[in-house]
Write a protein that binds this ligand. Structure first.
Ligand code: SF4
Length: 371
């Protein structure tokens, strides 16, 4: 079925049914209370690539610490990253902070209401601008995320590859055509909610769906086949070595990643990716020279952490090291610091480095001395 096969009454009927269903079935999520543009913006940034249940754990804590754009802009980036720790995709936190500072400097600390102005903010793409514009400002614009794409492909039996930008643009056009004249924000939220809770990727509960009798995929029993996605290539895997360099007083040398790097602004146990044919200790010695200008002696293995990112996975090998030459300086990092294991918790770290820090603290506690 194509949208052109639905007449205007049927389109209105579809929108009305989804909104009626939403009125009775919307989950009670923290960002659905006490709405302000700022709160909608924070929630939509957090919800990018992340499920609502996970965001709920972070959202209220973040809003309690940064209740306004002014409070967010005034905070050091490191504090913002610390509150974001564990939520992943840290670029979102950097963008939120950067945009808050821009808005204070150039827009009286207010979010713009217009779609194009929203889209010009760091980290705000087509979906997020549509969501903020419609939900916070009542603009009649679509907000098409993966949930909406799934629902539309199934209802309208669209079998184009949804990873292609042409398909995405087509679906945005369809979603715009379906928008009601009033309350586009509620319609967008309703469609997203339907995809998140009923029209799920696996085992959609069609018997609970308000548009089941209009749905092409259900009629053809091909719900699981839609939407169509080009198969992903194999995710590359890397071995990475990390140095836990212990000073004479028991403090540990940590480095802050450069802002323009992946995980920028987070603290880490310095090190890096093994090159072809390189052993882990040789890799660590090279990385410490390149990153901090020091020579280290590589001692016993501390722990091994497996971690998967969106586009690759790593095995992170942490070794106890000691400084045998040079004084640390930032050759390829944003900052460095000597920190006692008990203070590592105050620094924002990625999930993989946090696991190393936890092992370090546990071993230190167990022995009552350095690890
Ligand atoms: S009927 Fe099933 S496949 Fe179709 S939109 Fe509803 S939940 Fe999704």
């Amino acid at each position: 079925m194509d949208l052109s096969q639905l007449d205007s009454q049927e389109r209105e009927e579809l929108a009305r049914r989804v909104m009626d269903w939403f009125a009775g079935h919307a989950r009670d999520l923290p960002w659905r209370h006490d709405r302000t543009p700022y709160r909608v913006w924070v929630s939509e940034m957090m919800l990018q690539q992340t499920q609502a249940a996970t965001v709920a754990r972070y959202y209220q804590r973040f809003l309690a610490r940064f209740p306004t754009i002014e409070a967010l802009a005034a905070a050091p980036l490191e504090e913002v990253l610390k509150l974001w720790e564990g939520l992943g995709y840290y670029r979102r936190a950097r963008h939120l902070h950067q945009a808050a500072r821009q808005l204070i400097a150039a827009n009286d600390g207010r979010l713009p209401a217009e779609y194009d102005a929203l889209k010009s903010l760091p980290g705000v793409g087509t979906y997020t601008a549509g969501a903020i514009g419609s939900i916070a400002f009542g603009q009649r614009v679509a907000a098409v995320d993966g949930n909406v794409r799934r629902v539309l492909c199934r209802v309208l039996s669209i079998d184009d590859d949804v990873t292609r930008s042409a398909t995405r643009r087509r679906l945005e056009g369809i979603a715009t055509t379906l928008l009601p004249d009033q309350d586009a924000g509620t319609f967008n939220e309703a469609l997203i909610e339907l995809g998140a809770t009923v029209c799920t990727s696996r085992n959609p509960t069609c018997q609970l769906c308000p548009v089941a009798d209009l749905c092409g995929a259900r009629a053809a029993n091909e719900q699981e086949a839609l939407p169509v996605r080009r198969p992903r290539g194999k995710r590359p895997h890397y071995d990475v070595a990390a140095a836990v360099t212990i000073g004479a007083d028991g403090a540990i040398l940590v480095a802050k990643r450069r802002l323009d790097d992946m995980l920028g602004g987070l603290w880490e146990f310095p090190g890096g990716k093994c090159e072809d044919g390189e052993s882990l200790p040789v890799c660590l010695m090279r990385e410490m020279e390149e990153e901090l200008g020091v020579t280290v002696g590589v001692g016993s293995p501390l722990t091994v952490v497996e971690h998967a990112y969106t586009h690759f996975s790593i095995t992170l090998h942490a070794f106890c090291c000691r400084l045998i030459g040079g004084q640390p300086c930032c050759l390829d990092c944003a900052d460095f610091r000597w920190v006692f294991p008990s203070d590592l918790d105050e620094l924002p770290m990625s999930a993989a480095d946090r696991r190393i820090a936890q092992v370090l603290v546990r071993k230190g506690e167990h022995r009552g001395t350095d690890p």
